[in-house]
Design a protein around this ligand. Structure first.
Ligand SMILES: CC(C)(COP(=O)(O)OP(=O)(O)OC[C@H]1O[C@@H](n2cnc3c(N)ncnc32)[C@H](O)[C@@H]1OP(=O)(O)O)[C@@H](O)C(=O)NCCC(=O)NCCS
Length: 236
């Protein structure tokens, strides 16, 4: 993970950085055919802006930091707050609709797809955005909301909404997100409980309770009827 605010890249020379980007993009996008195409990638463009914006942010030039980052956002559809901390080997495939919040921390070799939000819930102060550890992949359209950590080597499925911490080496899918694989093994359903409220399960349990109360009441009434019929027979 990141050790300081000099995120991988800020202190690195431009050529070295471009070479690194070419390597990352060729490694992660099978659709690339030549090194020159790297210059057309939104991920490359936005990271050029982010490198400058983040440096300005760290030196307290918040207006110019945001100015640069907004220019990058307009060109690429990827909005990275200049305060976010991003490790080396970061790649956003396609790009449109990606938002990364101010207090997000992203480790090394993280991949995001289009439509990903690393955002806040609106309920937290201070650190409001997630920490994404090394080698995490966050699929298209996934929303990761809150100040928790997504553990290293995890995968977040397309369209998931993740609202709580994810252990390392996990696959999370669904809304709200639940862990379905850990350490490459499917997870049995009974261990999937992440203390998230499940309104459908609660409704079913209420219905089951009401049903057993009704059955007990019917049995009681049947007993009473039998006793009354017995008494009537005896008095005849
Ligand atoms: C999550 C993902 C990365 C697969 O990870 P994985 O660890 O290999 O997990 P699996 O494929 O074994 O799936 C595990 C379970 O989750 C389910 N699942 C997978 N992705 C899901 C999703 N996005 N939403 C809901 N359920 C999903 C699978 O059906 C499977 O369920 P089962 O165990 O009942 O059969 C992949 O499904 C995904 O979402 N990829 C999208 C990548 C992307 O954004 N591409 C865009 C390119 S433009």
């Amino acid at each position: 993970m990141l050790e300081s605010d000099t995120y991988g890249g800020v202190g690195v020379g431009f050529l070295k950085y471009v070479r690194e980007e070419i390597r990352i993009i060729r490694e992660r996008d099978p659709a690339i055919h030549s090194a020159w195409e790297v210059f057309l990638y939104p991920s490359f463009c936005v990271m050029m802006h982010y490198r400058v914006a983040h440096r300005l942010y760290l030196s307290g030039h918040y207006f110019w930091a945001r100015y640069i980052s907004q220019r990058g956002a307009r060109k690429t559809g990827i909005e990275i707050h200049p305060g976010a901390r991003i490790g080396s080997g970061f790649f956003v495939d396609h790009g449109n609709g990606v938002i990364i919040g101010e207090t997000a921390v992203i480790g090394n070799n993280v991949t995001l797809y289009q439509g990903v939000t690393l955002g806040g819930t609106g309920k937290e102060q201070g650190k409001r955005h997630p920490t994404i550890e090394d080698n995490v992949m966050i699929s298209a359209g996934a929303k990761v909301l809150g100040s928790f950590t997504v553990g290293e080597n995890s995968k977040i499925g397309a369209g998931s909404v993740v609202l709580s911490a994810v252990p390392p080496n996990s696959t999370v899918v669904g809304v709200p997100g639940r862990v379905v694989r850990r350490d490459n093994q499917p997870l049995p359903r009974e261990t999937m409980d992440q203390n998230l409220p499940d309104p459908v399960k609660e409704d079913i349990m209420d219905l089951q309770k009401a049903n057993s109360e009704l059955i007990n009441r019917v049995l009681e009434l049947e007993e009473q009827m039998k006793r009354i019929q017995k008494k009537e027979k005896e008095t005849l």
